[in-house]
Every structure is written in C-alpha cells, then in structure tokens.
Design a protein around this ligand. Sequence first.
Ligand code: MSP
Length: 524
Amino acid sequence: MSKPFYITTAIDYLNGRPHLGHAYEKIATDVIARARRSLGEKVFFLTGLDEHGQKVQQAAQKEGQEPQAYCDALAADWKEFARQLQLTNDDFVRTTEPRHKAVVQAILAKLHAAGHFYKAKHQGFYSVREETFLTEKDRRPDGTFDPAFGEVIELVEENYYFDLKQHQAWLLEYLEAHPDFIRPTSRRNEVLGLLKSNPLEDLCISRPVARLNWGIPLPFDPAYVTYVWFDALVNYLTVPAAHGDPTVLEALPATGLQPSSPETAPSLWPADAHVIGKDILKFHAVYWPIMLKAMGLPLPKQIIVHGWWQKDGARISKSTGNVVEPLAVIQEWGLDAFRYYVLRELDLGPDGNWTDAGFAARYQAELANGLGNLVNRSLSMLKRYRQGVVPARSDELAPDAAKAVAATERHWRDHELQGALQTIWALVNRANQYVDQTAPFKLAKDPAQAARLDEVLYNLGEICRVLAVLLWPFIPTTAERIYAQLGLGASPGRFTEAAWGGLTPGQAVGEPAPLFPRKDLVAK
Ligand code: MSP
C-alpha cells in the first residue's frame, strides 16, 4: 500500500475544556489534511488526548473523581468538540487506551534492554506544575523561579534516566543537514542555538509510584510510572502500530499488536508532519528524535511550529477569565466563520491576538460583503436574467482564476494557509470588481447587450464554482453550499474541479441563499 501523508496534532492535556489555542491547531492541521486530500493524496490525520501525569491526576482529584472516570467523561466532550470543528481525523488516540500502553511498554522494554537507561538519585528543585526538576538556568537573576513554574518544592528522588547527551552531536548534525525539518526557520534556529550552547541534560523518564501513580508502569520496575512526556510522544507511533504499520511493528515486535489484515496495513511511519505549538518544541525537536533514533526508527519529516494566541493583548487564562469560548463563537457566527478567522488572522508561526471587534470586522467585510455578496448576487442575477440557466461558456476571467488556482496549490503544498486565503480573497475581490465594472444590471436593461450579459453571468457563476473548490479545505460547509446553490452534484473537495469551465451551459442552478447573513439584520 502506498504511504499516506501522515499528519498529527499535539495531543491535548485532559485537564480542562478545549480553548482557542487547541481549536486553532486542530483546524490548521485539518486544513492541511483536507488540502492534501483535495490534491489527490492519501492522508492519515491523527489527533487525540494526553491523559496521564500530574496535571490530569490533580484535575481529577479537584473534581473528587478517579482519574480514569474523570478522563472518560471529559474525553467524550473533546471528541464531540473535534466533531463540531468538522475535523477529518482518521483516528483519535487516548493515552489511557490499552493499545497505547502496549506500545509505550514495548519501547521502554526495548530501550532498557539496549542499555539506554540508567538509575540515579537526584536532589533538586521540582516544579509541580511543569512536572520537572528545575536547573540553575531556570532561576531568575534574583534567585527565585519564574511564577510560570508554579509551586516549586525541594525533592530527593531515585529515577530512571535516558542518556540523551551521547546523541547530541548526531542530532545537531541531522538538523544542519535537514533545513526543512523544523518550520519556521526562527524555530529551527532556536533549537540549533540550544544544542550548540548547552550540553543536553539526561531525561528523567520515570516517576516513583509513591509520588504519582497516574501513568503507565515501567515494564522493568513496577515501583515507577512513565514520565508523561515520554508516554505522550509515543502516541504518534501507537496509531501506526495499531493499524499494522510494518515499519513500526518490525522495530517494536513486543507490542503484541497484530495487523488485522497485513496486506492492507498502511505504512504510516515516518510522519510527514507534526503540527505543534511553540511551547512544546524542545520535546518534539530534541527528545522525540533521540527516542526514535534509539528505537531504530526514522525521524518525522517535518515539525511545523505555530505561535500562540492572546486575547485583547493578554495571555489566555481561565483564572483571569481572559478566554475565547470556541463553541460560543461557533454558535453565534457559524463554524466556517470561526475556521476562516483563525487561519486568516494568524499565519502558522508568529503569535496572534484575538479581538471580538477584529472577528466581527472580518466577518462583515470578507465573508458577508466579500464572498457572500459575490455568490449571492451572481446567482440572483442568473436567476433573474436567465431563469437560472447557465449561459454559453465564456473565458474572460479564466486567466485570473488560473493564476489563483496555481498560487493556491503552491500555498497548500507549503502549508501557507494564510497566504492561500489572501490569494483566494484577491480573486473574490477581482470578481466583485468585475460586477461593478461590467454592471450586469445595466446590461440587462438593453436587449442589444444580451450576449455580453451572458458572458458576464457565465464568468461570475464559474468564478463562484472555482472559489468553492479553493475554499473547501478551509470552510467546507460553505464550499459545499456554493456547489449546491450552483446546482452541482459533485463535491468541491477535489482540486481537479478547479479547472475552468466546470459549469455546463444549459444547466440549471439552485436557489441562492445568503452564506454569511449580515449580523445587524439577524439581530433585528
Ligand atoms: N499534552 C501536551 C502535548 C503532548 S504532544 C505529544 C500539551 N498539551 S496542551 O493541552 O497544553 O497543549 C496542546 C497544544 O495546544 C500545544 O501544541 C500547545 O502549544 C497548543 N496551545 C495551547 N495554548 C495555546 C494558545 N494560547 N495558542 C495557540 N496554541 C496553544 O502541551
């Protein structure tokens, strides 16, 4: 079986409800997955939940629940959230699933047997929030630790360590030789800087059960559970293994997982892209590659690092109430408006800022008055002046469309989602300008201009159709509604449909209906 384009998101901690940052990452990944599918590629898109560790255990305790019961109840909400975002994920991994535990334990056993771990005592300062020992480098000039570390306690503990240092030179060399491994370049430079300036600390991969029992037991020492990050990163292999990926199962024969049908088992690993936020770069760009090397598995092809959202210029935080509730926004404005705004406003890379006013402004100008108005008036004129029947083909706007189609494909392939939307809106604006320039409402009054009116109406209908194809990965429901309003049975989800001339002369269009109702009208 040919290898699908395998793309993953970070798996979210199950210690609260999904917020804007989680939604953004998942939608961006979904758009990349849909764009690849539209281009005819096979895609496997994975997302899921990170359910072990202290954060989740404490959240369950606060609710007075057993961690597993707490996770099961919340996981149902998060899966429903993925459905409401219309994510097209092919699997949903939970780190408390037996298949995941089997893979984590097989890896631990393999690396232990190969001598990658050693046991040592460590005395130091420990951040409860970050679940990690702090080093002298984490101190501020006045000797205190950043409040971001939360409660810091002094601890003496014996644990298992993963010998990272010996792989540092190899990793540096690998990064130098693979300039596209981490995107954007600023993030790559951050990792290069880190590797060049400091010897890597060995990674503590265990937690004593006496302190934390909500985790996967070490197969070689039941007095310990696995450090949550070692556990979580493995999710990217769990699902390939569970689906019978031969590369993963050969490297980890001890999982006990069997492909249900070896002939159709997909070759997923290595992942083509891990999409993650900037705060978890070191885990993905340093620990994960070294873990994979130790397992004898190839590295993912790319790590795409996105920035963080703020709201009104301040950190999103439950405690201060500075939050965006994705579901409330979706309820009020529609899913596609939300999907559009987050990707149009924030490119994959830099940080962004949500403002309600900015959202409303984009909705009004770009969705309602831009795209919505174009589709609505194009279809209404076809109905009014040609009884809803597509006139003879005309290619006047074909070169504009072809340019936008080619540029959009380039943007999709480079994961430039904001750039794609800018390109697509240049075509929306061009088409709205075309209406103003050709003034079909004037042409309609002059019978001598009937042939010219036919041309204009064909071009407008066809532009709407092409736009639906380009927009489908971003705003799939809207794209499908445009197709339905044009009376087309096919789906706009195939890029080949973007070729000019898809509307057939003589074909009847459907009923126009506003795609993005103007909010002031709705409120009345
Ligand atoms: N569980 C770990 C990830 C393990 S991946 C093997 C984790 N979970 S998280 O819930 O804290 O974050 C999940 C993702 O959401 C991360 O990629 C993180 O960067 C992203 N975001 C969390 N808050 C965010 C914003 N305010 N803005 C954008 N993305 C943010 O880390």
